[in-house]
Design a protein around this ligand. Structure first.
Ligand code: MRU
Length: 365
């Protein structure tokens, strides 16, 4: 998508043909900085420190991390070492494991001398595939938005609520939840997005709002607890979120707070959809309660970071010294609360049969 009129992806291979460039998401929305990753360790640190974030982008970064490792040492031991460094970075988004499995599958059968070049080819494919998948998600999700349009009075916007960032910055391009939104906006539909700020890391306020502004999509940032009120007052037509892992039975793991939005949507008869690429499906798990939920540093809850009036970026403490803090990064929305899963192969029921029917080649493994 565009930043100040110039097209960017969230990650790409630099003009030297091997350095990996990625937008440093820790600096947004205040500064637009491109980071250079030159080793597997750099890629791992980028994922761990949330320089890059969002399940599909974590997967793509890990794939490039393997490519960077193979440039230095393409032995079997180095391949295994790279995969074990990268898999240990974050526990919840299953795209990380998927991408590493894909890299291993592509590289293991090759002789070490062929691995570095092939690793870049496969990592590029994973990144390009993500873009194509998100475009397909966009087209399927667009149908849902278009179906709402006839119910609107002339000039009235279709209101979509989203949580966390499932925009192009969380993927390679287009985003998952935002792909239908960008397509609908580009087609001239009047869209307005309620952006949950998404404490503690504020991905909604910092990233989704930044993206939507740059693309000119009307939006309003709201405190996380506002969604229920908006829904009670008929101010939300549709909820679309992303996800970090969907189980074989359709349970959805996503950024903390998603479950509460799903409950509010259910109570108010608001459709609650989840947009995902197929690498986010974990067919090895039936029940969402089996998903490992990342617990992150207390500082993320106990502090807030922002820009002062004179332009400095500062972090301030908002919790009394000594108060214990818990920081669960994700929650699970049971399949029964999900109106549908927007995938690259269509909008599916959140249930085993529908997922296995659409993605049989992955379900059977
Ligand atoms: O912890 P993060 O910032 O990596 O959170 C991930 C997300 O952005 C989401 O949970 C997202 O909605 C799913 S990935 C498109």
């Amino acid at each position: 998508m565009k930043v100040d009129g110039r097209h960017f992806c969230s990650i790409w291979v630099d003009s030297d043909g091997w350095t990996v460039a990625a937008i440093d998401q820790r600096r947004l929305p205040h500064e637009f900085v491109v980071a250079k990753l030159t080793s597997c360790e750099d890629a791992a640190e980028a994922i761990r420190s949330m320089l890059v974030r969002g399940a599909p982008l974590i997967g793509a970064t890990a794939a490039y991390g393997v490519a960077l490792a193979m440039r230095r040492d393409a032995s079997d031991a180095a391949l295994e070492r790279a995969c074990s460094i990268l898999i240990a970075t974050r526990p919840t988004a299953i795209n990380l494991k998927w991408a590493l499995d894909e890299m291993r599958k592509a590289l293991s059968p090759l002789s070490p001398s062929a691995r570095a070049a092939s690793a870049y080819v496969r990592a590029d494919e994973i990144a390009e595939q993500d873009v194509a998948i998100n475009q397909a998600i966009g087209s399927h999700g667009l149908n849902l938005i278009e179906a709402i349009a006839p119910r609107k009075k002339p000039g009235e916007a279709i209101n979509i609520l989203t949580h966390c960032n499932a925009g192009w910055l969380a993927t390679v391009d287009w985003g998952t939840a935002t792909a239908p939104i960008y397509l609908a906006h580009n087609r001239g539909l009047k869209i307005h997005v309620w952006v949950d700020e998404t404490r503690p890391r504020n991905q909604g306020a910092s990233l989704t709002a930044w993206e939507l502004s740059h693309h000119g999509v009307p939006h309003t940032v709201v405190a996380d607890n506002t969604g229920g009120h908006l829904m009670q007052h008929g101010m939300v037509d549709l909820v679309i979120t992303g996800t970090d892992r969907v189980t074989a039975n359709g349970d959805v793991c996503n950024k903390i707070g998603t479950y509460l939005k799903a409950l509010a949507a259910h109570d108010n008869g608001v459709p609650f959809y989840v947009a995902l690429p197929s690498p986010t499906i974990d067919f090895s798990i039936e029940d969402g309660r089996q998903i490992p939920i990342e617990q992150r540093a207390a500082e993320e809850v106990a502090t807030m970071t922002g820009r002062t009036q004179d332009g400095r970026i500062e972090t301030v403490r908002i919790v009394p010294d000594g108060s214990p803090v818990a920081n669960y990064a994700f929650d699970v929305t049971p399949a029964r609360l999900v109106s549908g899963l927007i995938t690259e192969r269509g909008v599916l029921q959140a249930e085993h049969e529908a997922l296995a029917g659409a993605f049989g080649e992955r379900a059977d493994r």
